[in-house]
Write a protein that binds this ligand. Structure first.
Ligand code: IPM
Ligand code: MN
Length: 345
């Protein structure tokens, strides 16, 4: 019998509510001979208030021993901005070398897009996850004075860019449209931009069946709204990818449906799966959160661990569930129950 040794970080706000549904669906979809063993890690705002800790080295070490991590959401208005983001979420992404931040965007049937004309949307953003402006390479001088100077230096290494570009080409070559769009701002951020552009050109020679093109990030936001069907696989840096994937979620039925995987493809470290949305403290505890993004993240988790059949079953259940939605409000739990019933049935 195979088994999954899963770490669960429910986190803050609606995190625990949506994670409970994700686990419910996970249990329901797996055949009897695949056991899931879950270990819960109580990290986030509460823990920080109680102990001042975000993530200890000992916890990091224990997390390392799991097959994968399921994370709900991190962040709370009572904690200064950046403490939990840097000390927990980004720490995990960096420590476990999650250099692929995978964010699929699909407009499911019967799901409202704010875009006119019922566009077909099915693309995937391969966002770099360990470099760019997220590395914390910056500083502030004369802080708090009128003469303050603050910098955030974006780190881009040939190694880091090549590995994410290669992964994106692999994904593009496995998709029917076989198209890769590099998004950057190489007319202004020329140093990093040219590294990315050259890398896509060079690696692209090994993938003659993949069409490549390039868009500046500002233009990419326009096309995402006016012609989202032009995108298949997008490869981009950490910050551009962050911004673009919120937009991508907004055009495909909202943040309640957007899933993501922080992936370490080689499997040296556990990959981590989480909804793109945040902790939504304003609706925490009300049962209004849509757990679908977390459930779809569980599908990505299963796919990563080689359980393709079960991943597809979850995606089909979500497609069917969305197709039958008629605007009647359902609770977080009710949506989780409905999805669990479908994958089991
Ligand atoms: C995301 C989030 C994070 C990011 C924050 C919470 C650090 O916005 O996963 O997209 O910027 O990557
Ligand atoms: Mn984001």
């Amino acid at each position: 019998a195979r088994s999954i040794n899963l770490a669960v970080i429910p986190g803050d706000g609606i995190g625990p509510e949506v994670v409970a549904q994700g686990l419910k669906v996970l249990e329901a979809v797996l055949p009897a001979d695949i056991k899931v063993e879950t270990t819960r890690y109580d990290l986030g705002a509460k823990r920080w208030h109680e102990t001042g800790e975000t993530l200890t080295d000992a916890e990091l070490e224990r997390l390392r021993g799991h097959d994968a991590i399921l994370l709900g959401a991190i962040g709370d208005p009572t904690v200064p901005s950046g403490v939990l983001e840097r000390g927990l979420l980004l720490k995990l992404r960096f420590a476990f070398d999650h250099y692929i931040n995978l964010r699929p965007s699909r407009l499911f049937p019967n799901t409202a897009s704010p875009l006119a004309g019922d566009p077909e949307i099915d693309f995937v953003v391969v966002r770099e996850g360990t470099e760019g402006p997220y590395v914390g390479n910056g500083g502030s001088m004369r802080t708090g004075t009128p003469a303050e100077v603050a910098t955030e230096v974006s780190l881009n290494t040939a190694y880091g860019v090549e590995r994410v570009v290669r992964d994106a080409f692999e994904r593009a070559s496995a998709r029917p449209a076989r198209k890769l769009t590099l998004v950057h701002k190489n007319n202004v951020l020329v140093h990093a931009g040219h590294l990315w552009t050259r890398t896509v050109e060079r690696v692209g020679r090994e993938y003659p069946d993949v069409t490549t093109d390039y868009l500046h990030v500002d233009a990419a936001t326009i096309f995402m709204v006016t012609d989202p069907g032009r995108f298949d696989v997008i490869v981009t840096d950490n910050l551009f990818g962050d911004i673009l994937t919120d937009l991508a979620a907004a055009i495909t039925g909202g943040i309640g449906l957007a899933a993501s995987g922080n992936i370490n493809p080689g499997g040296e470290f556990p990959s981590m799966f989480e909804p793109v949305h945040g902790s939504a403290p304003d609706i925490a505890g009300t049962g209004k959160a849509d757990p679908t993004a977390t459930v779809l993240s569980v599908a990505l988790l299963l796919r990563h661990l080689g359980h393709e059949t079960e991943a597809v079953r979850i995606e089909e259940a979500v497609t069917a569930d969305l197709a039958e939605r008629d605007g009647t409000a359902r609770s977080t739990d009710a949506i989780g129950d409905a999805l669990a019933a479908r994958v089991a049935g």
